[in-house]
Design a protein around this ligand. Structure first.
Ligand SMILES: NC(=O)c1ccc[n+]([C@@H]2O[C@H](COP(=O)([O-])OP(=O)(O)OC[C@H]3O[C@@H](n4cnc5c(N)ncnc54)[C@H](O)[C@@H]3O)[C@@H](O)[C@H]2O)c1
Length: 355
């Protein structure tokens, strides 16, 4: 199974890497590099080599795992590794990992010598269902999420859900947040399926991954460089990124999807306050997240900090805070501006709905 994306294919492999092997045979790369993090080196690389004997001689380099390492310092280490190992424009970088490895790997590959080849082999639910597709890559900078990066499409995405077997349950739930977002912005049938679940599944995730990638891919194909409708993929992310950023260096740090789940709830409240989101879907979706995720109460001080962080969001224009919301399921709204007062009210409504 494959999906045609913006100049490349997203392949759904079946417990093997036939498509990747074919891709490698079709190209004659001068050199092959594999970027991992400490966990994907341990859990995924052996499986990957087993299925891709031809890659055994590739140059493997590994970064520390987690969002805290999606930084310029890590990018510098990677560029040095590529330089010291004679990478050139005809070399291939395989990003074998979650959203952090795919985002960072895509960034280093798209900038090294003004661009070398790269493909994504995602290994988390979040990356298989979302982050590996669409060509957005980058690093966090000075505490702000994804502040520096490029939109450069990979030359292939090779999805194989056998990697998910070693993924901790917390990370499965984390990935589901982006799949639920995909349902809310673009797939009524998938949303109905979510509503029927008493618990988020932990295995047999292929159809969820496929549906999520299909929603994202359709949007990306219409607007690869985010001039317009692609902004809807940021639903939940203006508030979510601020929350994720604030907690990043705290003891109780949140995973990306956990912050996005909360961000979606806050933005559903915002849509309700601005009378843009149907109160029925706002409540239905809020209750869904309340049932499956840990939604925490925020103090006034924290809300002020979040608003301060949102002021640096990439979607803002002329100092106005900009949101992507929904009117209803599969009815997206983009370029919605909101004042700091509106956002405060949205957080207050969010807090009130928790009790
Ligand atoms: N580019 C995009 O379009 C896009 C979209 C959504 C999210 N993102 C980004 O994705 C990132 C989050 O991605 P993530 O949740 O995958 O985080 P991650 O890459 O940090 O992976 C989560 C954890 O799982 C480990 N891991 C990965 N695969 C494993 C496996 N198969 N078995 C065991 N452990 C494994 C990793 O080492 C890490 O500790 C954020 O930086 C976010 O901004 C990007």
């Amino acid at each position: 199974m494959k999906l045609n994306s913006a100049g490349y294919f997203v392949y759904f492999e079946k417990n093997d890497f036939n498509h990747l092997n074919h891709f490698l045979k079709e190209h004659s790369f001068s050199n092959i590099f594999i970027l991992c993090d400490k966990n994907t080196q341990k859990y995924c690389l052996p499986l990957f080599f087993k299925e891709n004997k031809v890659l055994k001689g590739a140059n493997v380099f590994s970064i520390s795992s987690g969002e805290k390492h999606k930084t310029l310092d890590t990018a510098l280490t990677c560029w040095n590794f590529l330089l010291n190992n004679n990478a050139d424009k005809n070399s291939l970088l395989i990003c074998l990992g979650g959203g952090v490895v795919c985002d960072l790997g895509g960034f280093i590959a798209s900038t090294f010598k003004r661009g070398m080849h790269f493909v994504n082999v995602p290994t988390t639910l979040l990356a298989t269902a979302d982050a590996s597709v669409g060509g957005k890559n980058g690093i966090d900078f000075n505490g702000y999420k994804n502040l520096i990066g490029t939109i450069t499409q990979p030359e292939g995405v090779f999805i194989n859900d056998f990697f998910l077997k070693t993924l901790p349950v917390r990370h499965i739930k984390n990935g589901f947040a982006e799949i639920v977002k995909a349902a809310l912005i673009g797939d009524k049938k998938l949303w109905k399926k979510f509503l029927s679940l008493s618990k988020l599944p932990e295995t047999n995730l292929t159809s969820f991954i496929h549906d999520s990638v299909s929603v994202k891919n359709k949007v990306v194909l219409k607007d690869p460089t985010e001039k317009n409708i692609r902004k809807i993929l940021n639903f939940g992310h203006t508030a979510g990124h601020a929350i994720e950023t604030h907690f990043l260096d705290k003891k109780n740090s949140l995973l990306h999807g956990e912050a996005i789940a909360i961000g979606i709830c806050v933005e559903l409240c915002l849509g309700k306050i601005l009378t843009l989101t149907s109160p029925k879907i706002a409540m239905e979706a809020f209750l869904f997240f309340k049932k499956h995720y840990i939604l925490q109460f925020f103090s006034e001080k924290e809300i002020e900090i979040f608003i301060g962080l949102m002021q640096h969001d990439k979607k803002n224009k002329n100092g106005e805070l900009n949101f992507a919301l929904i009117e209803d399921v599969a009815k997206p709204l983009i370029n919605i501006s909101a004042s700091a007062q509106d956002i405060k009210e949205a957080f207050t409504l969010y807090n009130n709905l928790l009790v």
